[in-house]
Design a protein around this ligand. Structure first.
Ligand code: FAQ
Length: 328
């Protein structure tokens, strides 16, 4: 780098050395566990990766409302309906905090929504699977929120302040969701034989997609090296996946349910549960848009956006009127 800059002349060389010093100072701040705030210097690549991750996370929360929202009208009791309504609203709230956190990096909400609706931005693979029975609502709370917590607790210590702070509240709410999901599963396994079978069937369908939520294996994770250096990620995809398996196996046993993995066994040497091979081709297909519900999810989001146009127009008109009144 320096030789190249020296060849370009002494001024360019000085600029390069200055830039390297600024980058080194930034990394020192990260290494010292200082929080990076919106107005602080940050390298363009750090900003870009944060916008990518935070916006994908926000989109996941918003799209994630759809599989469960599908069961609000069919919840088996008023109590279950109230809890599910509140959970789906919480997910919406998480999306909104996260869009706001992404906006502090200089990107507009409209741009982010356009990226989602045009199919340019990703959202979590897990939300492209259907919710076929009430037990799926229990399985989502228990497993999907359980996986989300495992991934998001370390994000409370992420180097970027607005993201880390948003995660604290999100994690508290996700913990509550996880417990209500587990409680639905408990009620089902203690119910009739048909209800127990429904719970087992939900576990059979959600288990492997939940393991995929943590992302590709470490060897294929293209963003991990930089994200770990910048302390955005504190654990690798495989480390978090293993933590999730270790925490969930005893919970499944307590429910009397069987995890659909014939290769699952406790490894006395490592103290962890070894699990079978994940179907990464299925994962690639789902994130490429070919999962069972990708088209439905995107159609639902586009319709919601079009149906909401009048609300956005009314809000803008109201804001403009308030500005005129304030200026008068
Ligand atoms: N689905 O290099 P890496 C929730 C993409 S919220 C789709 O390992 P990274 C709450 C990845 O983006 C669930 N795409 O990437 C809830 C990248 O593509 P790109 C969402 C995936 O960023 C509960 C490429 O693969 N949580 O559940 C997935 O270092 C119930 C290479 O991967 C978050 O977003 C996937 N599963 O690590 C809501 C948490 N995995 O961008 C409603 C924050 C990977 O180059 C109901 N995000 N990809 O085109 C993260 O921690 C990270 O972004 C990872 C991926 C761990 C997801």
């Amino acid at each position: 780098m320096y030789t190249q800059a020296l060849n370009a002349g002494p001024e360019a060389a000085e600029r390069t050395i200055e830039d390297a010093a600024i980058l080194a100072r930034f990394q020192e701040r990260i290494d010292a566990e200082e929080r990076i705030e919106p107005n602080d210097f940050m390298p363009a690549a750090y900003r870009k990766t944060l916008i990518r991750q935070i916006s994908q996370h926000a989109h996941s929360e918003i799209v994630g409302m759809l599989p469960e929202g599908n069961w609000i009208t069919r919840a088996p009791s008023l109590r279950r309906k109230a809890a599910l309504l509140a959970k789906v609203q919480d997910e919406c709230g998480h999306g909104l905090y996260l869009y706001a956190a992404a906006e502090t990096l200089g990107v507009s909400r409209e741009e982010l929504i356009d990226q989602l609706l045009s199919g340019k931005a990703k959202y979590s693979s897990i939300f492209n699977y259907p919710t076929l029975s009430w037990a799926d609502i229990g399985a989502i709370g228990w497993l999907v929120d359980g996986a989300a917590i495992m991934n998001q607790i370390p994000l409370c210590r992420c180097s970027y302040g607005p993201y880390a702070r948003a995660m604290i509240r999100v994690c508290k709410e996700e913990s509550f969701h996880q417990r209500q999901g587990y409680e639905i599963m408990l009620a089902l396994v203690r119910g009739s034989e048909a209800q127990r079978e429904m719970a087992q069937d939900a576990l059979n369908r959600w288990w492997w997609p939940c393991l995929m939520m943590f992302g590709p294996p470490d060897a294929d994770s293209r963003h991990s090296e930089a994200s770990t250096r910048w302390k955005i990620k504190r654990f690798s995809n495989d480390e978090l996946r293993q933590k999730f398996v270790d925490a969930t196996v005893p919970q499944a046993r307590y429910l009397g349910l069987t995890i659909p993995d014939p290769d699952l066994r406790f490894n006395e040497e490592t103290g962890h549960w070894d699990y079978g091979a994940i179907d990464w081709e299925e994962f690639r297909q789902v994130i490429a848009g070919n999962g069972p519900c990708n088209a439905d999810r995107m159609a639902a989001r586009r319709k919601a956006h079009e149906d909401g146009a009048w609300v956005r127009e009314a809000a803008c008109a109201h804001a403009a009127k308030s500005r005129v009144r304030a200026a008068a």
